[in-house]
Design a protein around this ligand. Structure first.
Ligand code: SPV
Ligand code: MN
Length: 609
C-alpha cells in the first residue's frame, strides 16, 4: 500500500479534504505509486512518456499521441448525470440515482490501477481569483500520464490552486481510471465504460477511456456538466458550451464581447479563432478568449460577465489550415508544445498530417503511418473511407500560443457580455443574422437551436437535430428548469445583452454556399454591434431584426445574383413548418410559461407576415 499521506505532504498538498479523498480512492483503485503533479512537471512527464513510447516526438518539441482505436471520442450513450433527486431527470442527461451509480463505478474501478501510477492533478477551471472560484477548483486522479499532459494544457494545474482555496472543502473530486481498453466491450450490449458526474456530490467518476472529454475531467465533466449543475444550485451562474470572442474598434478603443453556442460541425472553433477580413482589419481587431466553454454571471454592478474556464484549446484537427483557421495553425507551430492526437505521423521526418491540412496528402509516403499505426505505403493511400487521420483527431495547445489571444483572457473579472449568439448549420430558412432584443425570445431561440442532421437518414427532411444552447450532451438537470435558470440570470442583469441567431451555411438550389463564411462572418457581428448601439435600424421580421443590404458591410465580397437578398430575408412558409417542429421539440420539457409565450408570439407574427 502506498503511504498517500506522506506523498501528499511531501508535495505540499496539505488540504485535509484532499488527503481524505485521495486516500479513499487510492484504496479502491490500488495504484503502485501516487504522484502529485503541477504544470512545472510538464517537461519531465513528457520525457518519461517519450521514453515509454506513450508519446512520439513531433519536430519542434511537439508530441504525437495515439488512443486505443475504439476510444476516439466522447461517448454520449455511456455518459450519465447522477443525483439523489429524480426531478433532475431530463430528456438528454441520462439521469441515474447517485447511490447506484457510485456503487457500480466503485466496483468497476476496484484494483484497476494496479501496476500503475495514480497522478494527483490539482487544477482550477477559471483564471485565479475569480468570483466563481468556489466552483472552479478540482482534483483529478488519473492513471494515465498523457491525460496529465493534456490537463496541464487545458486547465491551470498546480498544488497552490488547492492550498489557497478560501473554502478548503470546495473542490470537485474527479476520478479517472482508464481500465483494460481491449476488454471493455465498447459498443456492445456488455459495454463496461461508464462516465458519471455525480453532481450533488460534486464527484466525477469516469471509467473505461483515456480520450478527450472522457478523461480530461476538468474540461467537459467539470467545466460543463458539473458547473451547469452548480450554476443552478448556487443560483449564481451559467456554464455553457460557448465560444467567447472580442471585436475591438481601434478608433474608439471599445470592444464588443460575444459568447455563442454552435452545435457540432457548425464552425464554432473557426469562428472563435477568427480574424478580421482584410478590408476591415485596419479598424477592427478580433481577439480570442475561448473556443468551447464560457461561465457567465451577473456582477455586483448588475453587469453580465463571462470568462473561459479553460487554459487551452482541444481542437478538431481535420480541415484546420491557413484558410479555415490561421490562428489555430499558428498556435501549434514548433515551440508551442502542442500535442496531436490520432493524426497521421511520419516516423522519419516527425511531421504530422490530417485530412484538410493540405489539399492533397503528402506525395512522398515514406515514413507515414496512419492514426491506427498502419504504414500508409503498405495500403492504398487514397482508399475512400479510410482516412490517414481519425475524423475526430485533435490538437492541444494553450491559449497563450493563440496569436490573437485577448490581452485580458486571464482576467479573473472576465469581460462584459454584449451579445449572445446561436448558430446551427442550416441549408435554408435561417438568414445570415437576425437580432433578438427580448430576453425570453432570446432564451427561446437558444432552446430551439439545432443543426441539420449530418445524414439524411437521421431525420425528417428539413427538420433539425435540436441541440438546445448547444448543451444537449452536457445538460445536468431538467431542460425546463434550465431555461428557467437562464431567464433568472439574464433577468438579473441591469444591462441586457443582445441575442442573435446566425447562419453561415445557407445554400442555393445547386448546393453552392450563399455566404463566403470564415473571416467574413465578422461582418455580421459588426452589424449586430451597430444595431445594439442604435447606429442601424435593420428590417424587423417575425423572427428578429435582419440587416438591410446597405447596413451590412460587404466591401470586397462578391455574390451570385439574388444571394445577398436571400441571406437577408426569411422564407415564411419554411418558418411556419419549423414552428410545428419546434412545438413538438419543446413539449418534451417542463418549460416556464415565458418560453411558451415567446413561441406563441413568434408563431402569431409569422401568421400575420
Ligand atoms: C466536444 O466533444 O464537444 C469537445 C471535445 O469539446 S471533448 O473534450 O472530447 O468532449
Ligand atoms: Mn465542445
Amino acid at each position: 500500500m502506498v503511504d498517500v499521506q506522506s506523498v501528499l505532504a511531501d508535495a505540499g498538498l496539505t488540504n485535509p479534504h484532499v488527503v481524505e479523498f485521495v486516500t479513499y480512492w487510492a484504496g479502491i483503485t490500488q495504484p503502485d505509486r501516487v504522484e502529485v503533479v503541477s504544470a512545472s512537471d510538464d517537461a519531465r512527464l513528457l520525457e518519461e512518456s517519450l521514453a515509454a513510447g506513450e508519446l512520439l516526438p513531433v519536430s519542434g518539441d511537439r508530441y504525437f499521441s495515439r488512443s486505443y482505436y475504439k476510444d476516439t471520442a466522447r461517448s454520449e450513450e455511456r455518459t450519465v448525470v447522477a443525483t439523489s433527486n429524480p426531478a433532475d431527470k431530463g430528456i438528454y442527461n441520462n439521469w441515474k440515482p447517485a447511490e447506484d451509480t457510485v456503487a457500480t463505478l466503485t466496483e468497476r474501478m476496484t484494483g484497476q490501477s494496479k501496476g500503475k501510477t495514480m497522478y494527483v492533478i490539482p487544477y482550477l477551471m477559471a483564471p485565479q481569483g475569480s468570483p466563481l472560484e468556489a466552483y472552479a477548483a478540482g482534483v483529478e486522479l488519473t492513471d494515465s500520464r498523457p491525460v496529465v499532459q493534456q490537463m496541464i494544457r487545458m486547465s491551470r494545474v498546480g498544488v497552490h490552486y488547492i492550498n489557497e482555496l478560501a473554502d478548503q472543502s470546495s473542490f470537485v473530486k474527479a476520478v479517472h481510471v482508464t481500465g483494460d481498453l481491449p476488454n471493455l466491450g465498447q459498443g456492445t450490449a456488455d459495454d463496461q465504460r461508464l462516465f458519471a458526474t455525480v453532481a450533488d456530490q460534486r464527484t466525477i467518476l469516469h471509467f473505461g477511456s483515456s480520450y478527450g472529454g472522457n478523461a480530461l475531467l476538468g474540461k467537459i465533466a467539470h467545466g460543463l456538466r458539473q458547473a451547469c449543475y452548480d450554476g443552478r444550485a448556487s443560483g449564481k451562474f451559467l456554464a455553457e458550451q460557448f465560444l467567447l470572442l472580442g471585436i475591438k474598434d481601434k478608433e474608439t478603443g471599445k470592444t464588443f464581447h460575444v459568447v455563442g453556442g454552435f452545435p457540432s460541425a457548425s464552425g464554432k472553433t473557426n469562428l472563435s479563432m477568427t480574424m478580421s477580413p482584410d478590408e476591415l482589419g485596419d479598424r477592427y481587431e478580433v481577439t480570442f478568449y475561448g473556443d468551447d466553454i464560457a461561465w457567465i454571471w451577473v456582477d455586483e454592478d448588475g453587469k453580465l460577465r463571462a470568462f473561459n474556464p479553460e487554459n487551452g484549446v482541444f481542437g478538431v484537427a481535420k480541415d484546420t489550415n491557413e484558410a479555415t483557421n490561421p490562428g489555430a495553425v499558428d498556435a501549434i507551430v514548433p515551440g508551442t508544445g502542442a500535442i496531436f492526437t490520432n493524426v497521421a505521423y511520419n516516423e522519419k521526418t516527425q511531421d504530422v498530417w490530417w485530412e484538410g491540412k493540405t489539399k492533397h496528402h503528402p506525395d512522398d509516403l515514406d515514413g507515414w503511418i496512419d492514426w491506427k499505426g498502419e504504414r500508409i505505403a503498405a495500403r492504398n493511400p487514397d482508399e475512400a473511407g479510410d482516412p490517414w487521420a481519425h475524423p475526430n483527431s485533435r490538437f492541444t495547445t494553450t491559449i497563450a500560443h493563440v496569436p490573437n489571444a485577448a490581452d485580458d483572457y486571464n482576467d479573473p473579472a472576465g469581460v462584459v457580455v454584449d451579445a449572445i449568439i446561436f448558430g446551427g448549420r442550416t441549408r435554408d430558412r435561417e438568414p445570415l443574422i437576425r437580432a433578438i432584443t427580448d430576453v425570453a425570445e432570446g432564451v427561446y431561440d437558444g432552446m430551439t437551436l439545432g443543426a441539420e442532421a449530418t445524414f439524411a437518414a437521421e431525420g425528417v427532411e428539413g427538420m433539425l437535430r435540436y441541440d438546445p444552447m448547444s448543451m444537449r450532451p452536457f445538460m445536468a438537470y431538467e431542460e425546463g428548469d434550465y431555461a428557467g435558470h437562464w431567464l433568472k440570470i439574464i433577468g438579473e442583469a441591469t444591462v441586457k445583452p443582445i441575442f442573435a441567431h446566425v447562419n453561415w451555411f445557407q445554400r442555393g438550389t445547386d448546393g453552392h454556399f450563399l455566404w463566403n463564411g470564415y473571416r467574413d462572418n465578422v461582418r455580421a457581428l459588426l452589424w449586430l454591434w451597430k444595431f445594439q448601439n442604435g447606429e442601424v435600424k435593420g428590417n424587423p421580421t417575425a423572427v428578429g431584426v435582419i440587416p438591410t443590404a446597405d447596413e451590412l458591410n460587404v466591401d470586397g465580397m462578391s455574390f451570385q445574383p439574388g444571394d445577398l437578398e436571400t441571406l437577408l430575408s426569411i422564407d415564411v412558409d419554411r418558418w411556419k413548418q419549423e414552428m410545428g417542429f419546434r412545438e413538438e421539440h419543446l413539449k418534451q420539457f417542463n418549460l416556464p410559461e415565458a418560453i411558451w409565450e415567446a413561441h406563441r408570439r413568434v408563431a402569431g407574427d409569422l401568421d400575420k407576415a
